[in-house]
Design a protein around this ligand. Sequence first.
Ligand SMILES: NC(=O)c1ccc[n+]([C@@H]2O[C@H](COP(=O)([O-])OP(=O)(O)OC[C@H]3O[C@@H](n4cnc5c(N)ncnc54)[C@H](O)[C@@H]3O)[C@@H](O)[C@H]2O)c1
Length: 362
Amino acid sequence: MHTTAATDIRILPAELNAFVRDIWLAAGSEAREAALVADHLVMSNLTGHDSHGVGMIPRYARALGEGGLVLNRHAQVVRDAGAVLTIEGGHGFGQVIAAEAMEHAIARARKLGVAAVGLRNSHHIGRIGHWAEQCAAAGLVSFHFVNVAGFAQVAPFGGMGGRFGTNPFCAAFPRPGREPLVLDFATSSIAVNKTRVAYNRGVPVPADCLMDHEGNPTTDPKVMHEAPFGSLKTFGGHKGSGMAVMCEVFAGALSGGYTTHETTKVKGSDIVNCMLSVVMDPQAFDAPDAQAEAEAFVAWVRETRRLPGHSEIEMPGEPERRHRAERSEAGIPIDPTTWNQILAAARGFGVAEARIAGLALR
Ligand SMILES: NC(=O)c1ccc[n+]([C@@H]2O[C@H](COP(=O)([O-])OP(=O)(O)OC[C@H]3O[C@@H](n4cnc5c(N)ncnc54)[C@H](O)[C@@H]3O)[C@@H](O)[C@H]2O)c1
């Protein structure tokens, strides 16, 4: 669902990155925080996940104004049990907190072969693939279960009321000399922020993703943005529903954070994520042929005969790299509604009109 339109503005990634950095510097972020947030948001757009890109800025600005997002916080290890770490996010920028949590996990997995990190109370940690890629770049295998604490927007299988968030799961396998395998998806049929992108663009979402407040199927994204609110369905029927439950419990409960229920339902604009990450050193297994076995499998899978309309068999992580190559050249498309919301947020933080007027748009 990577819709574009003739009315979109296009902006090159470096130009957008510098602008996003200036927005957060103006808001009061330290230089490293502003850079980490800009890198993460622009990379999400580059990989084709506009749902988790710069379109989040207006939401983050509201959360900051309401006190739900706190600038210049760092990941705090609150319990160190060797291979198990518990980390408090303190409602700081997830783009900083998760990066630092992964630094701890990587150091511990290198030392012990495996590390499990329970991260709690971080503000939105965005595209989870970013964190798995950080582990993979360090040569480590990882998987991650995430809850969106207090977001009752997804209905359980067989239900019609939202009971949990879009709870993403992510796993990555590094391949020396090649790009890693990175599987990264919401357990809802689509990420809720993809309904925001469709709502802003005035286009429907794919069929079988949404229901209205009475449980009727709909493709109108407004049911997630205007009362009476509907809910998202899980992916894969009962399987996605079950996986979302495990994400909620592993991430929200085991980290010492919280799960979604009546007393924790969100009231403001902030987005709280908790994440259970398990990070492993592949060298610690007795598996000298692990890479060769993985490559033999990938090659075998690709060789299958294709169904009509499918020119190739892709591996997890490849669509994101395809988008990154395309958008690095052509620029990142942003619809006018989202762009105006971003500019309003920038102005709200005091970014100068001359800076905005000087942006090179395509
Ligand atoms: N922080 C949060 O609270 C939160 C919540 C929900 C989702 N998210 C993020 O939203 C993003 C989008 O999620 P989504 O569910 O819309 O993703 P999606 O449905 O686009 O699925 C993406 C995954 O499927 C893989 N994939 C796509 N086509 C494939 C193919 N033909 N063969 C093999 N693999 C293929 C991709 O490489 C990727 O790993 C993710 O980055 C996720 O982490 C974050």
